[in-house]
Ligand binder design. Structure first.
Ligand code: SF4
Length: 214
């Protein structure tokens, strides 16, 4: 079951043993490979939001979803960059921590650029975030800028720094890339290994992908 505030708008959804949170469609990147460019749905759930849900709506839908059964992990993901709504991410993470439910953030790593003056990795750790999956995307800033078209000029360096900060805060960190011809996957794997992070290669989703058509 998926909960949502409108008939075709999903904020909270479940895939296998995980619960996923879709809290914004805004993003600080404009990735050439972004699923949101060509799809409104993912794995049968409509992730295109009519409007952003309030914190109360997110928690309400989470509670309803947990009535369906427990989850291994709750993941901030969706069609947008969750840290754009950092305060909501922190409050939901605290809500989960109080219930001893593991949480993960899937992020483009721009949180510190989006919230200058704050200590984003530290605040996330304090709230109880257990793990972070950071989209490294590329082996250098030139390819990163070409593929992600970020709104910030120094984004790539900040993504690496954010991942390092999360590691220092004791979170489990995974760097991820999409399997694209422009990307030197082995160089990216080396960056993750040197940093002490896990590494994951994600497959490219297209309009023909089963996950999108479902
Ligand atoms: S960071 Fe993620 S949500 Fe944002 S444009 Fe890139 S793929 Fe899409």
């Amino acid at each position: 079951m998926a909960a949502g505030t409108g008939p075709n708008m999903t904020i909270v959804y479940r895939i296998r043993n995980n619960i996923y949170l879709n809290i914004t469609n805004r993003c600080s990147s404009d990735c050439t490979f972004c699923v949101a460019k060509f799809a409104d749905r993912f794995q049968g759930h409509t992730l295109r939001l009519d409007r952003e849900p309030s914190l109360a709506e997110i928690l309400h839908d989470l509670e309803i979803e947990f009535l369906e059964g427990p989850a291994d992990e709750v993941v901030f993901v969706g069609f947008g960059e969750p840290t754009i709504r950092l305060d909501e991410v922190l409050k939901v993470t605290e809500w989960l921590r109080l219930r001893r439910i593991p949480s993960r953030l899937d992020t483009n790593g721009h949180g510190q650029l989006l919230h200058p003056g704050r200590e984003v990795a530290h605040e996330l750790a304090q709230a109880g975030l257990g793990s972070v999956s950071v989209s490294l995307v590329a082996h250098n800033s030139e390819v990163y800028n070409q593929l992600c078209r970020p709104m910030f000029s120094k984004a790539y360096r900040t993504v690496l720094k954010f991942a390092e900060d999360c590691l220092k805060e004791g979170m489990k960190v995974t760097l991820s890339v999409v399997d694209l011809p422009e990307v030197d996957v082995e160089a990216c794997r080396s960056i993750a290994e040197r940093m002490g992070a896990e590494f994951r290669v994600r497959k490219l989703l297209t309009p023909e992908s089963g996950e999108v058509k479902a």
